[in-house]
Each structure stands twice: as structure tokens, then as C-alpha cells.
Design a protein around this ligand. Structure first.
Ligand SMILES: [Zn+2]
Length: 338
């Protein structure tokens, strides 16, 4: 499609203009997590013409996602497509001129270098502080700007982290904030709250990509779309003595003692195996006598009441129906391998 025609309305916006639009076409941005916030970010930035988007997500599409995760549809949920793959397919249908690189993976200390080293901006579409602290440590260490964004219930919060200039995530939240421990699984979420925060973060990303740093917000912004309560807290300066940006102690990059098994919301447990490539055809035959099993090229599902096991080609698994890591580990050992 003709470049000038496609982006004509955005180029008319003077602060972007033709020069800005060309910069966007050269931009490389990673979106970590492609649920509600990540979908909205990816959709907005792909439509705006960001030339290279890397989408990293560990999960697959489920019916309960469709209320707010704007890139997915019923067919994606029926197929249990990995969100990264479904997102890339959907974007290709409305903007085939840009490059979208999907990674159906969990961002970990082991792969953070591979996945984030060659991008100029990192956007937060995650739902957990473990991954956000990993992004923060990596970004502060490398001097890469990133944008924190979170939503729960009717409430959304976002902050730009410009390493060396503004506060980082560990300046503001030295530990996981208690108030945000409630999750979408316990408190619900309004689709307008996540789309609001994604709109703010996507716009800040556009400014960063075209180099308009004087217009960037330098506060922690929170807004409740239900009560209309708005709050901003200055994040203009790093906090003296901050573990990450002050002392440069990047504990989350080391990943030592990081469990190979973790909770991932919704009454489920994730097992992070990485060195166990799985042949889905062979595995389906092996599992068939034990319960219903189906697979496509991206994911294999196996039902063993009351549990549901979702297996990815690299050996990673999400086990639904329990929060007990011992049960999850034993199901994995029994049906996949120990
Ligand atoms: Zn800091």
C-alpha cells in the first residue's frame, strides 16, 4: 500500500510530519506481554507505522480474553493460538508493510539479551512485577528507555523510564507494590482502563521513536476511568540509593534462584523447561490413551480431569486447574518427562 496514503492523517499532525513518519518506519520496539495492554499497544503502534515490532508473550488465547484483548477473535481462542502468533497474524491483515516478529516465550534472565538487546524502546504489556523488574534491570543497565504500564479493575498506571534521566521502576517501587498485587483474575478489569493506559504509553513511545524528548511525561500517572480520580507523582529524578539505577545492582538479570516453576494467575502454574524440544505428533500419540489431546503447530493441549496441560514446542508448559507447584511438577514429570 502507498506509504504516503496510508499515513496521510498522521503526517498531517505537524509534530510528526513526514520526517517523523520516516523515523517511525525505522523504529524497533519490543512489546513484552500481549494481553489487553500489549494488544492495544501493538495495534496502535502497528497502525501508526512502527517499522519493526517484536511481540513476546508466553500465553495462549482463551475465551475470557476477548472482552478486552483487542487483537484476538473467537477463532484464535478455539485454536488456543499463542497470543504472539495470533497478534502477528492479525497485524499482518491490517498492516503488511511492517515487520512483526512474534515470540511465544516467557521473558527470562536467560533470553532477555536475545529478545531485547537490539530494540530501542521496550513496552510493558505484562501482568507481573517479576517480569517488570527484569525489564527494568535490563533497560537501566543498557540505557534503553522503557514504559511501565498496568491496569486492574478500573484503574491504570504508567510511567516512562528514561535511564540516566528519570526515576526507574525500582526508584518508585523498591519492592512489588502491595496495592497492585490484586490482579485481573481477582479484581476484574475494564477494557477501557487498559485501552486508556495503552493509548498513553503508545503515544509516549511515538515521541521517543521520533526523538521528541522534551514532550515526554516525567511523572508516574494514574487514572481511574470509573471514579475519574487522576494522580501524578513526579518521577523526574532517580531516587538516591536506588538499587538498580543508583547502585547498579541488577539482581533480576542474574536469575539465580529463580524458580523453574511459577504461578501464572488464573489457577495455573507454569513450568519453564527450555531444553526439551517436543515433537507434537509423537507426544499426542503418547498422551492419547490418557485423555483428550489436540495440537496445532504452536501448542498442544491435553486434558486430564481436573487438569489441563498446555505444552509449547520448547518444552514449556502451563498447567491449569491447580496452584500447587508440586502437583504441576508431578503431572509434567508423568506425562511429558522428568
Ligand atoms: Zn532507580
Amino acid at each position: 500500500m502507498d506509504f504516503a496514503e496510508r499515513y496521510s492523517r498522521q503526517v498531517l499532525f505537524a509534530p510528526i510530519g513526514e520526517a517523523g513518519q520516516r523515523k517511525l518506519a525505522q523504529a524497533r520496539i519490543a512489546i513484552v506481554g500481549c494481553g489487553a495492554t500489549g494488544s492495544a499497544l501493538a495495534s496502535l503502534l502497528a497502525r501508526a507505522g512502527v517499522g519493526h515490532l517484536r511481540i513476546i508473550d508466553r500465553d495462549y488465547v482463551e475465551p475470557s480474553n476477548l472482552q478486552r484483548q483487542v487483537l484476538f477473535d473467537e477463532a484464535d481462542a478455539a485454536e488456543s493460538l499463542p497470543k504472539a502468533i495470533a497478534a502477528a497474524r492479525k497485524i499482518a491483515a491490517f498492516n503488511s508493510d511492517i515487520t512483526v516478529e512474534p515470540h511465544a516465550a516467557d521473558l527470562t534472565p536467560d533470553n532477555v539479551e536475545d529478545l531485547l538487546a537490539d530494540v530501542e524502546i521496550v513496552l510493558d504489556g505484562t501482568d507481573n512485577f517479576e517480569t517488570r523488574y527484569l525489564i527494568n534491570d535490563f533497560a537501566v543497565d543498557r540505557g534503553v528507555p522503557w514504559i511501565y504500564a498496568a491496569g486492574v479493575a478500573s484503574y491504570a498506571v504508567t510511567m516512562n523510564v528514561l535511564p540516566g534521566e528519570t526515576a526507574c521502576l525500582a526508584c518508585v517501587f523498591p519492592d512489588s507494590p502491595k496495592g497492585m498485587v490484586e490482579t485481573c483474575d481477582t479484581s476484574g478489569i475494564l477494557n477501557s482502563a487498559v485501552n486508556f493506559v495503552a493509548s498513553i504509553a503508545a503515544t509516549e513511545a511515538l515521541k521517543l521513536a521520533i526523538g521528541v524528548r522534551d514532550q515526554l511525561r516525567r511523572t508516574l500517572l494514574s487514572y481511574d476511568v470509573w471514579t475519574n480520580d487522576l494522580a501524578t507523582v513526579s518521577a523526574d529524578k532517580p531516587r538516591p540509593g536506588c538499587r538498580a539505577c543508583g547502585k547498579r545492582d541488577f539482581v533480576h538479570l542474574e536469575g539465580q534462584g529463580r524458580p523453574h516453576i511459577s504461578m501464572c494467575g488464573r489457577n495455573s502454574v507454569q513450568i519453564h523447561e527450555r531444553e526439551r524440544p517436543i515433537d507434537f505428533d509423537e507426544m499426542s500419540q503418547r498422551l492419547a490413551p490418557h485423555g483428550p489431546v489436540k495440537h496445532n503447530e504452536f501448542v498442544l493441549r491435553f486434558w486430564r480431569e481436573p487438569y489441563e496441560l498446555t505444552l509449547f514446542p520448547d518444552g514449556r508448559a502451563i498447567i491449569k486447574g491447580t496452584t500447587d507447584t508440586a502437583i504441576a511438577r508431578s503431572l509434567y514429570a508423568r506425562y511429558v518427562g522428568s
